[in-house]
Ligand binder design. Structure first.
Ligand code: ZN
Length: 192
């Protein structure tokens, strides 16, 4: 049964699909293209910079991202090297693989469309390389830094069923504990 893209919506924690390891996209069909375009719409509607397929209920190894450029030198999106820190346009990454992370770990505050009102500090390599297929099935490889590298790593984590809850520093985990519990209790239908 093909997916009707118009029925897709962002799912929130603790939906079990967010803990699912996604499986490779076997063929780039019209269905896959329609889903990816719908995901870009949903990402914009939610003011996000990335969205993984399991965040809309599909266990596919696919994510979309749009990391706009920034002129502010203090902004993590601003260029810190010749390595891109932004996407030129909304981009679809199918069956993505990350490689060659920088050895340094940089802290940055992250949020997630599936974890409303939760923000925590996550330490990740500051640069990384991604290889993926585009919507025409062409393989591309790109090196990213700054917020772009951060976004790729966050989204590939989603494809593995990993959330920022698993990666944030102990202090951030503590700070968000009550909110996480609210989300978990809400899902069980208990009064808050
Ligand atoms: Zn997320």
């Amino acid at each position: 049964m093909p997916v009707d893209p118009s029925t897709l919506a962002v799912v929130t924690y603790p939906a079990p699909i967010l803990r699912t390891r996604s499986t490779p996209v076997e063929g780039i069909t019209d269905e896959v293209r329609a889903v990816a375009l719908r995901m870009i719409e949903l990402m914009f509607a939610s003011d996000g910079i990335g969205l993984a397929a399991n965040q809309v209920g599909l266990p596919w190894r696919l994510f979309v991202a749009h990391v706009p450029a920034s002129d502010d030198p203090d902004d993590p999106r601003s260029p810190e090297s010749d390595t891109p820190t932004a996407t030129g346009a909304p981009t679809v990454y199918i069956n993505p693989v990350l490689s060659d992370p920088e050895r340094d770990l940089t802290p940055m505050e992250e949020g997630c469309l599936s974890l409303p009102e939760i923000h925590g500090e996550v330490r990740r390599p500051s640069q990384i390389t991604i290889t993926a297929l585009d919507l025409q099935g062409r393989r591309f490889t790109q090196r990213g830094a700054g917020l772009l590298a951060r976004c790729w790593q966050h989204e590939v984590d989603h494809l593995e069923g990993v959330l920022i809850l698993d990666r944030m520093t102990p202090a951030s985990r503590l700070r968000n504990r009550a909110r996480v519990r609210d989300l978990e209790d809400g899902a069980q239908g208990r009064p808050s």
